[in-house]
Design a protein around this ligand. Sequence first.
Ligand code: HEC
Ligand code: HEC
Length: 214
Amino acid sequence: MYARQSKGLWAILFVSSLTLLGCMKDVTKIRAPSAAKWCHGCHGIHGKGTALAAIPNLAGQKVSYLVRQLELFQQGKGIGTAARIQTDEVVRQNRSMKYHADKLGPDEIMATAEFYSSQPCNVRPVNVEPVPSNRCTKCHGDMGISASGGIPNLAGQNIEYLLAQIQKFKESSSGVEREQRRPYRRHPIMSNSVSNLSSGEIATLYAYARMACR
Ligand code: HEC
Ligand code: HEC
């Protein structure tokens, strides 16, 4: 009886250690580049974010999207010179991110983007039902996973962060008088065509935030 039980216990231990090894293999597939030491404090060791509000999740995000955002932060277009920005330009200004992105060379941008993109996101899929199709799903997918490297996944993203970004796109839409000193984010599609969300589209954002990030 005792022997049978302990055999069962060993089997369980063996299976769980295999599962653990499987997870560990994923986590360590790409080692954190040394530049990631500048990012951990806000984005967390695996890019999942920290308790700080409005910090985006980077884990599982598209590599080319992450690279592009870091380049945009670096360019920063001189925070405080917003009035000179053309309406068809893509701009992203954020003081903390400009400061940290400026420390990265092109290789470090690629290395940090690849590292965070490879990280597991561990979001338990609370919403497994695809959202009904609307103007967001054609680019961001009905499960919050986009089909293109230039379009971010929204699944598993921090909802406060998502809402804050929509507000930023709204503030930079054509015809809105810009406050000179306020850092902002502008993208022709997101700012001009889709920053005024219907209540259904806001519900889509909440649903995306509860979906598995890949
Ligand atoms: C002081 C906190 C802080 C640190 C340190 C920091 N970040 Fe950020 N990061 C932020 C915040 C806040 C945002 C959201 C900015 C906004 O609202 O536009 C952000 C946004 C980003 C984004 C855009 C994500 C998206 O979904 O669009 C990327 C990529 C990023 N950070 C990468 C990094 C990397 C790489 C490092 C380290 C070199 C780093 N960050 C260090 C706070 C930080
Ligand atoms: C035609 C394609 C397209 C459509 C339609 C679209 N988006 Fe986007 N979305 C983008 C692109 C491209 C970006 C990245 C913008 C950038 O680089 O600054 C983006 C970025 C975002 C972001 C910021 C994500 C982040 O990680 O920072 C949010 C939030 C968002 N979209 C929500 C929506 C919502 C909600 C809708 C529907 C009302 C929508 N989008 C429709 C292409 C699209």
